[in-house]
Ligand binder design. Structure first.
Ligand code: NAD
Ligand code: G6P
Ligand code: MN
Length: 441
């Protein structure tokens, strides 16, 4: 079995140590000879990298490990780039969330005005990374989960149509893992699912066990009682703000009783309640800064101080297992069926061919083959058309440097009540994003 060389781009991400653990856990099915980290913030990356160095030295000393801020060193001789940039880091996420909220509009990392702002920051650096990869390792694959994945995917479709980038999201997988636990199955892989939509904007139309028995009704029963909350496993999606999203599954089931909605739809379909329950002074960014970020940096500092990670609480995660499954499918032609964000190209028959949709694909050595979804109902189609237009206008605004297009994009978001409010938010976002956005005229 050929061994792989993996670059984690955004090496200073809070997810990096978990991904390294998952790589080590999967080392038999996905052997690696090299793991490298790359970030443009040397100090942030070093704290995590020094701990990863110890983790790897103790568990798999044969793996070569290094970290760098130099693109050439990073992108040379790699097979897979796992991309997890957060352009502007949590300081900018906080503003993405708080600026819209100031106007009683949903403030969220990837949805609505906040997601648009984050998209405008992410496009340039992602394109730059693709250029590095194509220059230094032209046969490599970039597995991108940098957010906002929907806007990043549309930007790469337009600007880098032939690049070897695959955009993915862990949300369906994490929600399926919750469903599997509700059903008392061993794994989400014991379910066969049909799903379609956009990133952070989709629906399950069928969930069956491996013998073909329908599981939808059982899951719905649980959702009617308590949404997508269940008792097992603490972790990211068990923190209070996430539990609120999980509970929303209950109301989302009322508005679409024939399918199971991705909980992200709450930001669009329950925008008023979401704003009413938000704390304008303390948003998810603050929660992450005070918990996950603090915790992971403290844990890594302690590993370095002790010179050992033998008893570390850092573990492999659901989030990263999905990314490694994707790498495995590409490297070893496993033909695994996975949800990816890909150009529609007729898979959803009555929908824009050029939209980036999240649908099941078969993944193998040559990339992905999307499966046919067929015709979708008017409710889903209408919502998706509006949201795709928001994403396309955002990318066009970035390319053209157009104030008008970005104003239209924010106005069109279902989370925003009017053009006037959209303009107020946009003008604040422009000031906040001076360092990151192109100049808009
Ligand atoms: P984080 O801020 O801890 O990490 C992001 C890292 O990216 C930082 O170390 C930062 O310095 C680095 N970075 C920013 N701009 C860069 C550039 N131009 N070049 C190189 N490095 C750069 O953030 P996090 O909370 O750990 O999340 C990381 C990313 O993963 C985010 O984009 C987040 O939205 C995304 N994410 C996606 C999914 C998914 O399902 N698609 C799931 C979880 C997280
Ligand atoms: C889910 C989504 C990601 C998103 C993350 C944010 O996993 O799929 O796209 O980045 O949540 O989680 P956080 O804990 O940072 O709020
Ligand atoms: Mn996601």
């Amino acid at each position: 079995m050929k061994k792989n060389s993996v670059l984690i781009a955004g090496g200073g991400s809070t997810y990096t140590p978990g991904i390294v653990m998952t790589l080590l856990q999967n080392i038999k099915e996905f052997p690696v000879w090299q793991i490298k980290l790359y970030d443009n913030d040397a100090k942030r990356q070093k704290t995590l990298a020094e701990a990863c160095k110890i983790i790897i030295a103790e568990r798999a000393p044969e793996i070569e490990f290094s970290y760098t801020t130099d693109p050439k060193e990073a992108f040379t001789d790699v097979d897979f780039v796992m991309a997890q940039l957060r352009v502007g880091k949590y300081a900018m996420r906080e503003l993405d969330e708080k600026i819209p909220l100031k106007y009683d509009v949903v403030g969220q990392e990837t949805c609505g005005a906040g997601g648009i702002a984050y998209g405008m920051r992410s496009i340039g650096p992602i394109i730059e990374m693709i250029d590095y990869m194509e220059k230094y390792s032209p046969n490599a694959w970039m597995l991108n989960y940098s957010n906002p994945a929907a806007i990043v995917a549309e930007a790469t479709r337009q600007l880098k149509p032939n690049s070897r980038i695959i955009n993915i999201c862990d949300m369906p997988v994490c929600l399926e893992a919750i469903m599997a636990r509700i059903l008392k199955l061993n794994s989400r892989k014991d379910m066969e699912v049909r799903y379609y939509g956009l990133n952070h904007f989709g629906w399950w139309t069928s969930i069956k066990d491996n013998d073909g028995n329908d599981l939808m009704e059982k899951i719905k029963e649980h959702i009617r009682r308590r949404g997508l909350t269940e008792d097992l496993l603490p972790g990211q999606h068990k923190e209070e703000s996430w539990l609120e999203a999980m509970r929303a599954a209950k109301d989302l089931l009322k508005i679409e009783p024939t399918m199971l909605s991705n909980t992200y739809l709450k930001y669009y379909l329950m925008a008023d309640e979401t704003v009413a329950h938000s704390n304008k002074e303390y948003t998810r960014a603050n929660e992450v800064i005070d918990r996950r970020e603090k915790d992971i940096f403290e844990t890594c500092n302690n590993i370095t101080k002790d010179g050992s990670a033998k008893n570390t609480k850092i573990t492999a995660s659901e989030h990263s297992s999905y990314i490694i499954d994707l790498a495995k499918a590409l490297a070893y032609n496993t033909k695994e069926r996975m949800l990816l964000i890909v150009e529609n190209n007729g898979a959803i028959e009555n929908f824009d061919k050029t939209a980036m949709v999240e649908i099941p694909c078969i993944v193998g050595r040559d990339g992905f083959e999307p499966l046919v979804v067929g015709t979708i109902p008017t409710f889903q189609k209408g919502l998706m058309e509006q949201q795709v237009a928001v994403e396309k206008l955002t990318v066009e605004a970035w390319i053209d440097g157009s104030y008008l297009k970005l104003w239209q994009a924010i106005t069109m978001s279902k989370t925003v009540p009017s053009a006037k409010v959209a303009k107020l938010i946009l003008d604040d976002l422009i000031l906040a994003n001076k360092e990151y956005w192109p100049i808009l005229k």
